[in-house]
Design a protein around this ligand. Structure first.
Ligand SMILES: Cc1cc2nc3c(=O)[nH]c(=O)nc-3n(C[C@H](O)[C@H](O)[C@H](O)COP(=O)(O)OP(=O)(O)OC[C@H]3O[C@@H](n4cnc5c(N)ncnc54)[C@H](O)[C@@H]3O)c2cc1C
Ligand code: SF4
Length: 327
């Protein structure tokens, strides 16, 4: 397919960016690794592509005065994997970033783009005019749904959220800063992604004229142990078939607070509140781990070709919880 025509602007300020993005059919361009493929394949169209790559203050990783980290949205995935601060203090994020795509894509792709990338359902990415594109039906439901979700579809759309870094950031309770025409606002990452039941045409709450500008990580709590694990079909590069981001805060030998976020499971990074509740207040022993794994998968709703995901999630969740218990 050939690339359709659009105008291209490189802006120099956030104000200029939001002004351009307020016109109909304008799209943000960061590293372009996902956007340009979507335009070329007619997944969606653009009249105007607004490059934000010149906004230098959206690059880089800095300490916050509270003792956490601020990651600018234009920071590349490689910069995140290479950051000593991220590796030492937020190991699940460093691991998740290192599992994204290939080295070339990690060099070019930004964390903002990684969080805002479009889903990978092959009908959506192909020539099918499905519900998510404004069409009449979901082709995955009765079709080739082996890579689709087991939670959160609402019986509407069965995508899995594609980003590896989002579940890790959700486990760390990151906050996102969003800039729009009326200034900026902060939003917990839990409130950023939306389910098909809220709006099947959108993946996030972002309006067309809003930009994700930075990610704020809270200070590392004392006693926090965290990890990210991803299973994929190909070892070279691939999206998660199943993944889990964990952040468990211990007080003495008990789990005081738990975040269990599944990837490759749902249209959004999927917090398993059932597993979190089972873990909270208990020692991380075999009994608790078994109960947490059972709780996490209890309400799964597999399709006709993806029920293999249930034992896969059970296995990785159990292994990761055991590893945390031993660490
Ligand atoms: C072959 C391949 C394999 C991949 N494998 C993985 C994988 O295993 N795991 C994984 O997590 N990802 C994977 N990806 C996705 C890749 O990580 C993303 O393409 C990349 O991170 C996007 O960053 P970008 O800067 O290039 O975004 P762009 O392509 O520029 O933008 C992506 C989308 O986000 C929007 N956007 C970008 N930045 C902002 C912003 N700051 N504010 C608001 N909207 C914004 C754009 O409008 C566009 O819709 C893969 C991609 C490819 C092509
Ligand atoms: S799962 Fe969603 S994106 Fe895929 S075909 Fe169905 S409606 Fe479209």
């Amino acid at each position: 397919m050939s690339m359709p025509n659009f105008s291209y602007v490189r802006i120099r300020s956030l104000k200029e960016a939001t002004e351009h993005l307020s016109s109909d059919g304008a799209r943000v361009h960061a590293g372009g690794t996902d956007l340009l493929g979507c335009l070329r394949d007619n997944v969606f169209w653009a009249k105007k592509v607004v490059s934000i790559s010149g906004l230098k203050n959206l690059r880089g990783i800095q300490e916050t005065k509270e003792g956490g980290l601020r990651i600018g949205a234009l920071t590349t995935i490689t910069e995140i994997t290479d950051s000593k601060s991220v590796r030492d203090r937020y190991p699940a994020l460093a691991k998740a970033a290192s599992e994204v795509a290939s080295p070339q894509l990690r060099n070019q792709g930004t964390i903002g783009g990684n969080l805002c990338q479009k889903p990978r359902c092959w009908y959506y990415r192909g020539e099918f005019y499905c519900l998510r594109k404004g069409g009449p039906t979901c082709y995955a439901y009765q079709g080739e749904n082996q890579f689709h979700c087991i939670f959160g579809s609402g019986g509407i759309c069965y995508i899995t959220h594609p980003s590896d870094t989002a579940p890790a950031l959700a486990a760390y309770e990151a906050t996102l800063r969003i800039a729009g025409p009326r200034g900026t606002k902060l939003l917990p990452i839990d409130k950023f992604y939306i389910l098909p039941s809220q709006d099947v045409r959108k993946e996030t709450v972002l309006k067309p004229n809003e930009i994700l500008t930075e990610i704020l990580l809270p200070p590392q709590a004392k006693g926090l142990r965290s990890s990210y694990r991803k299973v994929r079909a190909r070892q070279s590069w691939d999206f998660a078939l199943a993944g889990v981001a964990l952040a468990l805060k211990f007080k003495e030998d008990r789990v005081e607070k738990a975040r269990v976020v599944l990837s490759g499971a749902a249209p959004i990074p999927w917090r398993s509140r059932e597993a979190e509740q089972t873990l909270t207040g208990n020692p991380l022993n075999t009994d608790t781990i078994t109960r947490a794994v059972n709780a996490a998968l209890k309400n799964a709703e597999p399709l006709n070709k993806n029920s293999y995901k249930i034992p896969l999630f059970r296995g990785i969740l159990e292994e990761e919880l055991r590893a945390i218990a031993k660490s």
